[in-house]
Design a binder for this molecule. Structure first.
Ligand code: THU
Length: 138
């Protein structure tokens, strides 16, 4: 990863994402994903893995499992960053559906760290991946 300020507990969050990835239920795609999201001003890190379903549309991505786990445990709280771990080259970014969910609870400056099994490799901002999220019904 390019030299930049490392946020608190990034290595722990990476490890949690790697660990969660081991629990992925990915028997259809064989694409295993782990994610972790850190709560701002807290040591709490929540993780998720993708959970697939025979009815493919019922599948949920690792990122959304992490976000929803955090909200289930803490409510809607400020988040500091997310870590995403796949075993791909090039690195994977969150899908559009997950970006929209992340946008619901964060802001365009929210950092998403992309990694593979060897570590965190890149930092991207939510706003670069999803410059204009859907925000309003009116
Ligand atoms: N997947 C994720 O977990 N996160 C993403 O951002 C993209 C895709 C999962 C969903 C499915 O289980 C598998 O990867 C293939 O799409």
């Amino acid at each position: 990863m390019k030299k930049s300020i490392v946020p608190p507990l990034l290595e722990e969050a990476f490890k949690k994402a790697v660990q969660a990835r081991k629990h992925a239920h990915a028997i259809y795609s064989n694409f295993h994903v782990g994610a972790a999201i850190k709560v701002l001003d807290s040591d709490k890190i929540f993780s998720g893995c993708n959970v697939e379903n025979a009815s493919f549309g019922a599948t949920i991505c690792a990122e959304r499992v992490a976000v929803f786990s955090a909200i289930a445990a803490k409510g809607v709280v400020p988040f500091e960053y997310m870590v995403l771990v796949t075993d791909t080259d090039p690195l994977s970014v969150p899908c559009g559906l997950c970006l929209q969910v992340i946008a619901e609870f964060t802001n365009p400056e929210f950092p998403i760290y992309l990694g593979n099994l060897t570590g965190v490799k890149e930092k991207v901002m939510l706003g670069d991946l999803l410059p204009r999220s859907f925000t309003s019904f009116s």
